[in-house]
Design a protein around this ligand. Structure first.
Ligand SMILES: Cc1cc2nc3c(=O)[nH]c(=O)nc-3n(C[C@H](O)[C@H](O)[C@H](O)COP(=O)(O)OP(=O)(O)OC[C@H]3O[C@@H](n4cnc5c(N)ncnc54)[C@H](O)[C@@H]3O)c2cc1C
Length: 491
């Protein structure tokens, strides 16, 4: 018997519709539900957490202010020890902290309850499960395998979105829709203006496909590092040595001498979109994974810039980049086996479930957060949270991998509510890496703690707007701030 699918057309209603169940989206959904709204959370993939979990970006940066490195050696020492640092004031709390505490209780994060480290390390696999627990406990209606493909508009107001899944095509109408797709998918479909890339070149930051290598004899690798202080820098070697002895997280930096040799022999993979790498400025990171209460010194996650000058909203470019990055991952694993002591018997365990996109669309909001706002640590009357992590803009041509600039003022800036309101569009909010910020400011607000904090503000604002019978732009800011403070955020 042959079967034919006739897609069911469905119409569904809700109060708050969150599109994108990633880093910002899960917090938005929890916040809206806890503030009394009926919530549907739509996610196109088979897991929640987005870049945070499926992307395997397993460090929340940063619930705290972070200082900038004083020079190249200091930068290496800082990178080595970020994950165990409780220095500097904490500026993000509430649902993000609650989530970290629950991960700690589950043995799936390193640290201490009630506070976060500068780069809070966690297990990305358990993260998926924990996020599911939190949204279900909050009473959120979760729709996975549901791709939002279009918007329902009435003039300039968004009334919901169209979802395509295998068996149905649903029109979900909502009093308020929140775009947490990372790429500003709903906003763009609704006709919101957006910017993309560095205004000077049009290109955005490089992409990464995280990968995990297993079967590593890290003690042997550490011996190599200890015996080669000239290659790594003596301060860095001392820092890693101490962190290992203290059982704290640490970061393994590139093996420059090994890379130089491999480059000479054609054994080192050149990232997609550039012609050469400079081992002197190259920065990438490998970290022992923390699973079930322990560091797994035979299992290291790797993060390196792998694809340059890619428009991540372009299917063709993204497909090419994805395949090229997987090729880089496989060839990096081979490089490690051949050149790096301790990796002789290692193997590629897996690449991340989701490609890591650092930036794509930046939606233009009622206000656009600027580089100056961030670096001066500006405050705003409509601030909905504080943020103080470093600005982290990866370069566009592989010459220098990281630019880390410090937030000034009191060590944090306010994220104003207006950056969450797409200009000219009603009933729509945006949070996460696609909120309204210029290229450099986004290098700060794209970090996970900021995504969670802005997600929480949108979910809360949506619930308050519905309760007051107004559109999100007309929410009483003082009430929004008081509600967030009552829920343990600081403003
Ligand atoms: C390689 C890399 C390293 C990074 N390192 C760090 C770090 O160390 N620390 C840190 O804090 N931050 C880091 N970041 C930044 C941070 O992880 C991300 O910016 C952040 O997680 C993005 O959160 P988001 O909620 O905006 O998007 P995501 O978490 O990506 O969530 C978007 C979700 O929307 C879904 N979606 C998209 N379109 C649709 C649609 N049309 N319909 C339905 N669902 C849809 C996606 O599947 C996804 O689940 C890094 C980023 C990258 C790429």
């Amino acid at each position: 018997m042959s079967l034919r699918v006739q897609k069911q057309k469905r119409k569904v209603q809700t109060d708050v519709l969150v599109v994108g169940g990633g880093t910002a989206g899960f917090v938005a959904a929890v916040a809206a539900a806890r503030n009394g709204a009926r919530v549907i959370l739509v996610e196109k993939r088979d897991h929640l957490g987005g870049t945070h979990s499926g992307g395997m970006v397993m460090m929340i940066r940063s619930m705290r202010h972070m200082r900038a490195p004083k020079g190249p050696d200091d930068k290496k020492v800082m990178i080595a020890g970020y994950e165990s640092s409780f220095d500097d004031q904490q500026v993000v709390f509430s649902i993000a902290q609650e989530y970290i505490d629950r991960m700690l209780e589950a043995g799936s994060a390193w640290g201490a309850k009630g506070q976060a480290t500068a780069r809070q390390l966690f297990d990305p696999e358990i993260a998926k499960w924990m996020i599911e627990r939190m949204v279900l406990e909050a009473g959120v209606d979760v729709w996975m395998y549901s791709h939002s493909t279009d918007v329902l508009m009435a003039g300039h107001a968004v009334n919901g979105v169209v979802i395509e899944s295998m068996l149905d095509r649903s029109e979900i109408t909502a009093k308020v829709t929140i775009d947490t797709t990372g790429d500003g998918e709903v906003c763009a479909a609704a006709g919101a203006r957006f910017e993309q890339g560095d205004p000077e070149t049009g290109y955005g930051q490089p992409l990464t496909l995280y990968f995990v290598i297993g079967g590593v004899n890290l003690e042997k690798t550490l011996d190599y590092i200890r015996n080669n202080p000239a290659e790594f820098g003596p301060d860095y070697v001392a820092a890693v040595d101490r962190l290992r002895r203290e059982g704290k997280p640490f970061t393994v930096l590139p093996f420059k001498a090994r890379i130089k040799e491999a480059l000479r022999k054609g054994d080192y993979p050149i990232p997609h979109g550039i012609e050469k790498v400079d081992p002197e400025t190259l920065t990438y990171m490998a970290r022992p994974m923390f699973r079930n209460g322990k560091f797994r010194y035979d299992l290291l996650s790797h993060n390196l810039d792998m694809a340059y000058n890619v428009d991540a909203t372009d299917r063709k470019q993204l497909t090419e980049a994805t395949m090229a990055m997987r090729d880089v991952a496989v060839r990096m694993a081979a490089f490690y086996r051949k050149y790096v002591p301790g990796y002789e018997d290692s193997y590629l365990v897996h690449t991340a479930q989701a490609v890591g996109v650092r930036d794509s669309r930046r939606i233009v909001g009622d206000y656009t957060l600027t580089r100056e706002d961030v670096l001066a640590g500006r405050t705003f009357d409509d601030g909905i949270g504080r943020y103080g992590s470093v600005v982290d803009v990866h370069d566009k041509d592989g010459k220098q991998s990281l630019m880390l600039a410090e937030v000034g003022g009191a060590g944090w800036f306010h994220v104003p509510y207006r950056v969450l309101l797409p200009a000219g569009i009603k009933n729509l909010l945006v949070a996460g890496r696609c909120l309204s910020a210029d290229y450099v400011a986004q290098g700060c607000t794209r970090s996970q703690a900021a995504c969670m904090m802005t997600g929480q503000a949108t979910g809360t604002a949506a619930a308050l707007a519905i309760r007051a019978g107004v559109e999100p732009r007309a929410v009483n800011i003082e009430e929004l701030q008081k509600t967030l403070i009552a829920q343990n955020q600081i403003i």
